[in-house]
Design a protein around this ligand. Sequence first.
Ligand code: BMA
Length: 846
Amino acid sequence: MSEAKRLNESWKFKSADEENWFPAVVPGCVHTDLLRNERISDPFYGTNEGELQWIDKKDWEYSSVFDVPDDILNSSYVNLVFAGLDTYADVYLNDEKILSADNMFRTWRVDVKRLIKAESNALRVYFRSPIQEDLPKLERLGYALPATNDQSERGGLGDKKLSVFARKAPYHYGWDWGPRFVTSGIWRDVWLEGWSQARIADVFIHQKEVNAAIAKLTAVVEIESEDAWEGALHLVADGIDVTETVRLEAGVNKVEVDVVVESPKLWWSRGLGDQNLYTFSVTLVDGNTAIAEKSVRTGLRSVRLVRDEDDQGTSFYFELNGVPVFAKGANHIPNDSFLTDVSYERYKHEIVSAVESNMNMLRVWGGGFYENDDFYDLCDEYGLLVWQDFMFACSMYPGDEAFLNSVRSEAEENVTRLRNHPSIALWCGNNEIDTAWSEYDEEGGWGWKQQYAPETREKIWRDYEAIFHETLPQVVQSFAPGAEYWPSSPMQALTRDKDQHARNDSSVGDIHYWGVWHAVEPFSNYNVYLGRFMSEYGFQSFPELKTVQSYASAGDMALESDVMRWHQRSGDGNRLIKEYMDIYFKQPKDFPSFLYMSQVLQAEAIKMAMEAHRRKKPYCMGTLYWQMNDCWPVASWSSMDYYGRWKALQYYAKKSLRDVAVSIGGTDEVIDIHIISDVLHETKGNVHLQLFDFKGLLLKEYTHAVEVKGNTGQVVLSLSASDLVENHARNDVVLFVTLEQDGEVIDAKEHYFVPANQIALPLPSITATPVEGGDGSSFILETDVLAKSVCVTSDFEGIFSDNYFDLIPGVPKTVQFLQRRPGENTFNPAAPGPITIRSMADFIVQ
Ligand code: BMA
């Protein structure tokens, strides 16, 4: 059997050119250790980041001393394992160099039996500065590689973009929503593992065929054996119990055990069924003694990316257990600039927030890192599909042998680590590189390829092909056979001609539509540019005041202040928010009001996009907005800020992504009422339409019976705006549409007849009455005149069941407070304490 001992305790660290050691925390990094020891000030506050750029220019040393328990010491093999070293690290054990690491995404396992003793083993990790290490690589290459988001100037490096040389989280070098903190450190667990006779290194449950009737699986078990050995291998899972005699050679063995499960309990994404999971335990038994064991968890499911030609182009959708899934969700970035600060609770908060928002997919975007196991475990448990990028984004990469080998090992290890997760639906080569380079379209791309002499240009593209069209698909094919691979997002198809590269108006492949925001196009273009799968689109907002106050003082509260600009990384983003706000909204009365208005503006924009995409089902089969979360407190495209506080967009997502939803489309004159269904059963009910004036007078009312088949969308009603409004003032009426099933309202949407800045907004008086006989968490809101974008706040951390909603007089609304607390449930019904209720009329210049 193997025995393990964690070596996360009693570490100290120092700068290599100084004498003094300070206590360190492992897993961790230099920045967080410096902060804990009060050697630096809060990296996220104000413009402090600018003062901390010296850290990545230095070498750092970590050291610890440990004893070894007898059971490990007496094992035949003793392995020292680093689950992650960031990044260029030389490791010494009892003064002997045992490892030289150079890739943050890899795991390192070294046999240290001959060096280890019972007491006082000295472990030392020397981190070479990633900057000093990579500067010569740029020198040697002789030309610069594009890396659009690498903030080299901020790091004092001028135009020397080094991120592309390091296999290290790209966003550490800065991004258009993130600071530049190029960390070093032992960022994942370290342990010592002793084993004798045999060690089960890996168990892969290869799902060869899975459907409701049968699952044909092969358990691929990798075993390291001390000697040649013969004995029994037990494989046990719910309803499965297999014993086989196995014969092992000394060294590494691969044993395959076929398993057939009749009527398997399938794994489904949220909304389609249960998240059934199976734990497979493998034990090697010698006579009556277990000598090695390992358990892995998976869910049985078949998932494929369907790209079939059809009469409108080529489909792009995920099929789960034979069911086409409309993917609803967002792009996920790392939750922190300092990865080891992300607790399990923070992961759970994010995943539960996604689930509460009716999502079923997250894209782990390629500028971050291959996420921690906790992230994927939670996605498995809560039913979120994962679009998994490899860690390459918005850059071209070198193609020397050492680099390619490192990439290959990194890919093999991460595919191996993650392949049992049923949530992973797709492996994608990179983010936006195919489109940025646009090899086959002379005028296309981001102006990169035009800068190079022909041979250099050719070489850079060849290097690209080596990674994304050769190495990575090969690794996926051999280590996760049957899993889907997509070379780059976005892309039309791997055609090796002009049709390869993504186009906003294409009916093939996936699309990142950034016309709104980066190209300052109107929101209405969300209805124009939509394709088969919208894997990115976004609009920025500011975090709420409490979050802004965590990085800015009272004197910084202006859009163009140094601090506000510092916490905005998308060019002239602050001005862009204001420009769009001037077009669509009334003027906010002060800076805190601007923050609120920016959130409503973002939410309205992304609602238009999400619903436009859903209304196009099944032509369009995916909507993933940019971006779910933040890695520091900042103005960005996120729907949830750094502290996990929901912005208006998170609430809008919850409403726009409901499994059975009402959505109002059409034109100014023709109002189309759509019902979109992502559930598999038929929806039978009534659409109820009420036309109110802003004082709550019911002007008109209709009920219309509807029947919508499962997993479809349709227009159930088309109305003429003029007929509906007649001679009432268009800026003083609202159409309230509800979908009712078995007496229950399953969705409700409002429709206005003029743009938001023309709506007559009276000052409402809103009352909140606790729900009688309840637990104090729920209250009923009522208003005397129309209240737009009602925002309820509590001093406690948590969310409301709804927020940023419109309140119509005579239509009371019950809202529940769910407090964020670690534990069994992330969101617990609780009394919110004193609440503040405001609506847009409170925030605008009247
Ligand atoms: C896309 C993403 C990110 C970026 C975002 C906003 O390009 O892939 O690289 O942060 O847009 O610009």
